[in-house]
Design a protein around this ligand. Sequence first.
Ligand SMILES: Cc1cc2nc3c(=O)[nH]c(=O)nc-3n(C[C@H](O)[C@H](O)[C@H](O)COP(=O)(O)O)c2cc1C
Length: 346
Amino acid sequence: MAETTENMLAISAHAQLLAGEETPQITRPSSTRPDNLKKGGVVSDPRLGVELPGLKLKNPVMPASGTCWYGQEIARDYDLNRLGAIVLKTTTLRPREGNGQPRLLKSGEEWMNCNGLHNVGVEQLLADKLVWLEENYPDLPVIASVAGNSVEEYEQVATKLNKSSHLAALELNISCPNVKAGGQAMGVDPEVVEELTRRCVQASSKPVYVKLTPNVTDITTIALAAERGGAAGLTMINTLTGLRFDLASRKPILSNVTGGVSGPALKPICLRLIHQVRQVSDIPIIGVGGITSAEDVLEYLIAGAQAVQVGSASFTDPLALPKIISALPLVMDQYGIDNLSTLRGE
Ligand SMILES: Cc1cc2nc3c(=O)[nH]c(=O)nc-3n(C[C@H](O)[C@H](O)[C@H](O)COP(=O)(O)O)c2cc1C
C-alpha cells in the first residue's frame, strides 16, 4: 500500500485505545486472542526473575509509559500478572487535554506521536486508576510516570504520589518542556536534570527512575546528572524527534509539527546509547525502544540493561508483550543462557 497521509492516519482502534485516544467499542477477531494468552498462563520460570531498586520482577518485561494507558485497556486482552511490572501513562499535576489532532501516525514500520501528555491528572490517578490496579492486580508492581512544566510541579506530583502504598516506583519523564527555560525539554540540561531528580528523590519514599531523552548531544552527561541527583536507575529512551509532511498540502502531518518517533528504528540507536552510558555508570538501566521479540530483549540485556519496556509493538499486535515473555525461556535455551545476569557478564 502506498504511504499516503490517509494511510498514515488510519490508526487501528486498538492502537488508539492504548495511546489513550477516545475510541469506539473494539471487537477483535477471536483468532488474534489465543485462549492460552487471554487469561492465566503466567510464565513462572525462575530464570526470568530480576530485582531492581523497589522492584521484584518475575520477568524483565513491562509495557512502556503511554502505550498501555492505565492498564485496564490491556487487561481485556491478557492477564496483567504475566507482566514483570506496568508503567502508567505520564501524570501531571492537573488533567491535560494534550495537543490537537492528528497526534498519532504510522510512518513505515515506525510510529510518530505528539500527544502532548494528555492524561487524567494525579488526583484521578490516585482515586481511580491506582485503586483499580490494587484491587485487581495486588501483586503486580506498578510504576507511575511523572511530569510537569517546572521542577516544582514534578516535586508536587511526586509528593502526592506518596499517598499510594501500591506504587512500587516513580519514573520521571524529563522530555517535557521547561516553561522557565523557554520551553526546551527538561532532559537536555544536566543541571536541571540533577536538581529535578534530587527534589523528586527527596519528596518521595519510592525509588526514582529517570527516563532519558535521546534528543541530546551527549547522553552520558545527562545520565551522570541523574545519578548525582540520586536516581535509583535510568530508563532509556524516550522517543526521537521527527517530522513528516503531507505531499498534497505540503504541510506537516502532525498537529504539533514535530512528533516523537518510536518503533523498530529506535533499537540500534538505543542499544548504542545504553552501551555508552554503561561505560560511565553502574546504576540499573531499563531499556526501551523498538523491542518486538524475545531476541530483542536479550540484546538489550547484553548492551547493559537489567530490564526492558515494550511500547509501540503493542499497537501492531495487542499480544506482543505476553508473546515476548512466553518466548524468552525458549530463546534462552536456544542460546544456552541459564541466567539473565550472565548476559551482562556479571
Ligand atoms: C502514543 C505514545 C505515547 C507515549 N506517551 C509517553 C508518555 O506519556 N510518557 C513517556 O515517558 N513516554 C511516552 N511514550 C514513549 C514510550 O514510552 C517509549 O519510550 C517509546 O515509544 C519507545 O519505545 P517503543 O519503540 O517500544 O515504542 C509514548 C509513546 C507513544 C508511541
